[in-house]
Write a protein that binds this ligand. Structure first.
Ligand SMILES: CSC[C@H]1O[C@@H](n2cnc3c(O)ncnc32)[C@H](O)[C@@H]1O
Ligand SMILES: [Zn+2]
Length: 448
């Protein structure tokens, strides 16, 4: 093997590596060998230095690290639009949990995760953090799609279609972690659902097992003011204080939502290195509240971005989510410099990878990392003229301008054509699920 052999060179009008430098490099080429990035250099030099099997020239495009959706429930794509315009607990208790009780099983999770995987690839996501039932079914879809994911197996106090209770869920998670430990594109973690659905005993077991297996933990925390009020009324303690007491606050924990935070609590999160996942559109739609993102960033906390599931967002569009995060932070802090375009892109990429424990593999276009990247065509009229490519991506571009996607150097979308998934079949299956679910909903209405 000669030193100058490469598998792929992508020559782009701009490359935004996110790290070590922010901003965009003009007319640069990224060189890939054996799935990893081996060089990033001016295009004019690349042809002299490297010989590649395949060269892709993208002369209107911005090449960025693949977006990292740090919190979603992929299979819930099949519940998109099932229950809208409701607050969190009504939405969950009266609509989503009954629907999950009726429909969740491996076929639902397989078809829902495929629909989500196709949507994610088409909108620039290459890696996601997922909390949902039957995580190994989702893992098989991730492998088929060519994506990368950290899958958090649910832990709850009560029975569900996946198991009888905490002991069952914990057993399933450890078994799955063992089964997938050699697959570099899959990480299995623990997903204790929320402080109000998991009691202290199982939470202590999650902590012990996660440390033993060196696995990440994901939990919905301080999503609404109601969650805090009920906890204080029931146990005289705010949920975050309880998690701190149990020893759960650490870099291993991804605390999702975090809309209700006292100054003292922000300090605990910073001191323990706890990761925060901000889901602005789900928080807006369920009227849950606002995460104080700029205050968290100022305290040195790693803040990642997630869409949450398509049943509460209602899409898995990380470009849209990034824009919402940047705009909302300005409104909430009354500071126009809060969450700049560069910071927003970092939250949507490197911060997500860090939160998921995948920072060594993905999240930026740095030599040695896996070649997880997407190209966005900024040549459209709607994104002309281009003064600052990163600002244009965050404030003006839309997801349909994503043209190419690669994970570990493998192409998942070329010129908007999916290469690993069958879009027509996925859409057909989604329609069949809709018919079944709507028919059942309709007949139960008639019974009442
Ligand atoms: C235990 S699997 C995941 C579980 O979480 C539910 N869910 C989806 N979105 C939210 C949210 O914003 N807050 C709390 N719980 C949520 C989902 O329906 C599954 O039951
Ligand atoms: Zn969620």
């Amino acid at each position: 093997m000669t030193d100058n052999r490469a598998d792929l060179i992508v020559q782009a009008r701009w490359v935004a590596p996110v790290a070590p430098d922010t901003g965009a490099l003009a007319d640069h080429a990224l060189v890939v060998r054996d799935g990893a990035i081996v060089d990033l250099l001016p295009t004019a030099l690349a042809a002299r230095k490297w010989v590649a099997d395949d060269t892709v020239t993208l002369d209107r495009h911005l090449l960025i690290p693949g977006l990292v959706n740090a919190h979603t429930h992929a299979a819930m794509n099949l519940f998109r639009g099932l229950a809208d315009d409701l607050p969190l607990m009504t939405w969950l208790e009266q609509h989503i949990w009954p629907a999950e009780g009726r429909w969740i099983g491996e076929p639902f999770v397989r078809d829902g995760a495929r629909l989500a995987a196709a949507e994610m690839i088409r909108s620039g996501t290459t890696c996601f953090g997922d909390m949902y039932f039957f995580p190994e079914t989702t893992a098989r879809v991730v492998m088929e799609a060519g994506l990368r994911a950290a899958l958090f197996a649910p832990i709850l106090d009560f029975p569900t279609p996946m198991g009888d209770g905490p002991d069952d869920y914990l057993r399933l998670t450890t078994r799955a972690a063992d089964a997938w430990r050699h697959e570099p594109r899959i990480t299995i973690g623990f997903g204790p659902h929320a402080p109000y659905t998991v009691s202290d005993g199982p939470l202590r077991q999650v902590l012990t097992l996660a440390e033993e297996l060196d696995a990440p933990v994901m939990m919905h925390v301080h999503e609404t003011a109601g969650e805090i009020h009920s906890a204080v009324e029931a146990n005289g303690e705010r949920p975050l204080a309880r998690l701190k007491q149990l020893g759960l606050l650490s870099p291993r924990l991804m605390a999702v939502h975090m809309t209700q935070l006292l100054d003292e609590e922000i300090q605990w999160v910073a001191d323990t290195g706890t990761q925060v996942v901000h889901c602005p559109e789900s928080n807006l739609k369920l009227a849950s509240g606002f995460c104080p993102v700029q205050r968290l960033l100022d305290a040195g906390i790693n803040v990642a971005l997630g869409t949450d599931g398509a049943a509460s967002n209602n899409d898995l569009d990380m470009i849209g989510e990034t824009r919402t995060a940047a705009l909302l932070a300005k409104g909430v802090s009354l500071r126009a410099d809060a969450v700049s375009a560069d910071q927003a892109l970092r939250m949507a990429t490197l911060n997500g990878a860090r939160a998921l424990g995948l920072e060594q593999r993905t999240g930026s276009l740095e030599i040695g990392k896996q070649a997880d990247m997407v190209a966005v065509d900024l040549g459209a009229l709607e994104t002309q003229p281009v003064y600052d490519p990163v600002a244009q991506l965050v404030y003006a571009a839309t997801r349909d301008q994503v043209t190419h996607s690669w994970v570990a150097g493998r192409c998942l979308m070329r010129d908007r054509q999916l290469t690993t998934l069958n879009a027509a079949l996925i859409a057909k299956n989604a329609g069949e699920w809709r018919d079944k679910i709507a028919r059942a909903d309709h007949s139960s209405e008639n019974e009442q």
